[in-house]
Ligand binder design. Sequence first.
Ligand code: NAP
Length: 245
Amino acid sequence: MKHAVVTGASRGIGKSITEKLLKENIRVTGTRRSSEFPAEFQMSELFSGIQVDLNDFNKIEEKLYPIFNLENDLPDVLINNAGIFKDADFSASDDDWLKVWDQTMNVNLRSAALLSKWFINAHINNGSEGIIINIASRAAYRGDTQEYAAYAASKGGMAAFTKSVARDFSKKGIVAYTVAPGFIETDMAKESVEILGKEALTRGSAFDEITQPIEVANLVFFLAGGEVKHMTGSTFHINGGSYMV
Ligand code: NAP
């Protein structure tokens, strides 16, 4: 692996993945929406950063399509990590509820699927191999509370999308995996930690602490190395043993 694309590289899991890849001398093209990339990324010769709102199709096309058309520098690995976790109660108005539904689908699923399509077509045209790693969630497998139904549906869609890619494109050299994290200590989990407390969040866990993002990064790095291609289409659950499959 020489070059990876990581969406949502500015914070949380995506930041940890990027740190790990850079440490392993892999070039990273990272994306962010509104927060800055860490200074050490900006200083690294191995890192290129792109600002793009994954809720905006025109911007995705303008800023990200060119990455998948690089003649000599096509990314070997695509890591669809960026995501949002927005709530909308079933008692909300249809307009408000659908607003959250659409935004969640756009950012968590639609953009990831489109980037995967561009990545796959570019590799097929090029006759080269690639690896897609989609960061879904345990919500894909166990659902979520009703306020986060859109989130769970987007992640379930991502896991199913990954399987379709794996079924049809592995023979052509593109393998795809889903990673399904449980609670990981990032900004996204902060609100739940603040509201429910760490103890409540680890109650069903096999550990007393919330999973750290570096563990997800280590798993992603391993998958990106192409050592287990015959696990294509599989989901890797990393949730502190809160459920085991
Ligand atoms: P996070 O700390 O909230 O970071 C989210 C990242 O996604 C940031 O880099 C953010 O960019 C980017 N992003 C959000 N909305 C975007 C948009 N509209 N356009 C472009 N980029 C956008 O989240 P995280 O915890 O690292 O989560 C990373 C992935 O893991 C997500 O897909 C999430 O669903 C999944 N996951 C997380 C947990 C958990 O407990 N943390 C559990 C299961 C699954 P800015 O910094 O610019 O805002």
